[in-house]
Design a binder for this molecule. Structure first.
Ligand code: HAS
Ligand code: CU
Length: 549
């Protein structure tokens, strides 16, 4: 059966998202190895002085471009693709989505200028009282607003589809994409409030001081669900695309997949205090409640691990795989898209386990603000998510451009070098954290480094070097594919792993929005409301801004 086709204009629109995403990754990931090298004692920052003034400016570029820009642009492009392809219809209002996209682009440029001018060296969490130039906050706001507008475009498209198809189950990739976009709309209210009521007026000189504790609370209202906004698009691909690519496998359970997305919607936002266990202004009882909910949000990931591995096993056995684990060898490891996503999933597993350590109220006191945390998030966002997105782009770019993927063997090598480099890098970061090494510190300059850190700091540098090679390979493959004169023989088939059961087995309540959305809002009000009310009522605008760089 012939697949639904996107128009040339629609493909171009999605390609633009990819272009901005990959440009951000190209610049942002340049600084990762620089930081790793600094830790190993090979400090290149002094040579960059005319351009980049400090380690912290480099770290800000790295965090903002990689964690915020690369992810958000890739995700909005991928979700838009999923909605159109999944629902087999064009966007309801393409102009609206284009407006959203260009707002995001203007925002990125507005934020980039002060960062590059060393006027916003405040890292990707931009905690006050560190004070950046107003253009930085305005730029971030525009990125968020632009992503909202694109999200509205997706909701309108879904509603239009629903009217045309009142009794059909929403196709999974569109269903999961709409939930992801909705999660984003709800959770970004925190950061929007933080910037619009405090940081922007403060940076413009309209108010003199800020309340850092309240600002951090707003930030983490968004900051934690942000990690699921990154993760869920990768999960969409793992659930509904990867099994097909890995060997014509089917999705083990459509119902489990849908249920896990609903649980993510309900549980992602009301647990931001697990980033604030050491903050003095929040009573322990609330922190404890958020820690319990954090253990709750662990379950949909376990469901995902189970469902995806079962679907992959189906693929492996179809390919002739036998034994308890030997089927793994029969997956299509030679397909770079498959290799990248499988390796991403394997490392993500360990990132998830580290997350449980972080989430434990008392263990967190040992780990917080140590190198363990960047160790954790390089397995999650920088591998589980980023390596998966790289894997997706290995079929998506040829699909969008009609150009053949340039040298798939190099792309496979890219996935493996990322995997190996990240094991070395993140393992040594985790251990360094346990040994007490702080995060966000140019450790190469620190006079207090004990001897037992040295071998680990060296490994951080080695991991960084391998990751640098991997990043360069990725960019080469993308660039050479975009320039490739060789066209794909016929339209690239979009990998879709159908459910093993007929969709009529999926209970109808899993396709009903109201209970889940109301439940989500209610839970947020219950576990954030009282504390936020208290903090806003007692707002203490006491801290002036600091520029420590
Ligand atoms: Fe986290 C800090 C707790 C998941 C990202 N996290 C961070 C920060 C970032 C981040 C960026 O409770 C630092 C922020 C900052 O700058 O301060 N995190 C958790 C927990 C989870 C978790 C409990 N984190 C993520 C994800 C992220 C991410 C996902 C990005 C995408 N994290 C914390 C806590 C902190 C924290 C505390 C604060 C620490 C502090 O003190 O500052 C869980 O949701 C994880 C659940 C995951 C699993 C794994 C399931 C495994 C799967 C793999 C399947 C395998 C496949 C492959 C497909 C249970 C699904 C098969 C292959 C074959 C070959 C067969
Ligand atoms: Cu979190």
């Amino acid at each position: 059966m012939k697949q639904y086709q996107l128009s040339t204009g629609e493909k171009k629109f999605i390609s633009w998202h990819l272009l901005v995403a990959i440009l951000a990754l190209a610049v942002g990931s340049l600084f990762g190895p620089l930081q790793a090298f600094e830790h190993a004692g090979w400090d290149f920052y002094p040579y960059l002085k005319p351009l980049i003034k400090s380690y912290y400016q480099g770290l800000t570029v790295h965090g903002v471009l990689n964690a915020l820009v690369w992810t958000t642009f890739f995700i909005m492009g991928f979700l838009t693709f999923n909605v159109m392809f999944g629902l087999k219809r064009p966007l309801k209002n393409m102009t609206l989505n284009k407006v959203g996209f260009w707002l995001m682009v203007v925002g990125v440029v507005a934020a980039a200028i002060p960062i590059l001018a060393n006027q916003a060296t405040v890292l990707f969490t931009f905690y006050p009282p560190l004070k950046a130039n107003w253009a930085f906050y305005l730029g971030l706001t525009l990125v968020v607003v632009g992503s909202w507008v694109e999200g509205w475009g997706l909701f309108m498209t879904y509603i239009a589809w629903r009217k045309e198809n009142p009794n059909e189950r929403t196709p999974f990739i569109a269903f999961a994409s709409i939930i992801t976009a909705l999660l984003w709309q709800i959770c970004t209210l925190g950061i929007a409030t933080e910037i619009l009521t405090m940081l922007l007026p403060w940076s413009l000189g309209l108010i003199e001081n800020v309340d850092p504790q309240l600002a951090r609370t707003y930030f983490w209202f968004t900051g934690h669900p942000l990690v699921y906004f990154w993760l869920l698009p990768a999960y969409i691909s793992w659930y509904a695309m990867l099994p097909e690519q890995a060997g014509k496998g089917k999705m083990f359970s459509d119902s489990l997949a849908r249920l896990s997305f609903w649980i993510f919607l309900v549980l992602s936002t009301p647990l931001g205090f697990h980033h604030q266990y050491v903050d003095p202004g929040i009573p322990p009882a609330w922190k404890f409640l958020h820690s319990m909910l954090t253990f709750g949000v662990f379950f949909p990931s376990m469901m995902t691990a189970f469902t995806v591995v079962a679907s992959l096993e189906h693929a492996g056995r179809k390919n002739g795989g036998k034994g308890a684990l030997a089927w793994i060898g029969k997956l299509n490891w030679s397909d770079p898209s498959v290799a990248a996503q499988l390796l991403a999933g394997i490392l993500f597993f360990f990132g998830g386990i580290g997350g449980l350590a972080n989430a434990s109220y008392n263990v967190n006191l040992v780990l917080h603000n140590t190198a363990f945390i960047p160790g954790h998030f390089h397995l999650t966002v920088a591998t589980g998510v980023t390596l998966s997105f790289m894997g997706i782009s290995y079929w998506l770019l040829p699909y969008l451009t009609g150009k053949k993927l340039w040298n798939p063997k190099v792309a496979v090598a890219q996935a493996w070098t990322w995997f190996v480099g990240m094991i070395i890098f993140s393992n040594s970061m985790h251990v360094l954290g346990l040994l007490g090494a702080p995060r966000r510190v140019p450790l190469g300059l620190a006079p207090y480094v004990p001897a037992e850190w040295n071998s680990r700091l060296f490994q951080v540098g080695v991991g960084g070097a391998i990751l640098f090679i991997s990043g360069a390979l990725y960019l080469t493959v993308m660039l050479m594919t975009a320039l490739n004169k060789e066209k794909v023989a016929e339209e690239v088939t979009v990998p879709i792993a159908e459910s093993m059961q007929d969709l009529s087995h999926t209970p109808e309540w899993l396709d009903r929005w109201a209970p889940w959305v109301y439940g989500t809002l209610a839970l947020i009000v219950i576990v954030y409301g009282p504390q936020l009310f208290d903090m806003i009522k007692n707002i203490a605008l006491t801290s002036p801004g600091f520029r420590v760089w």
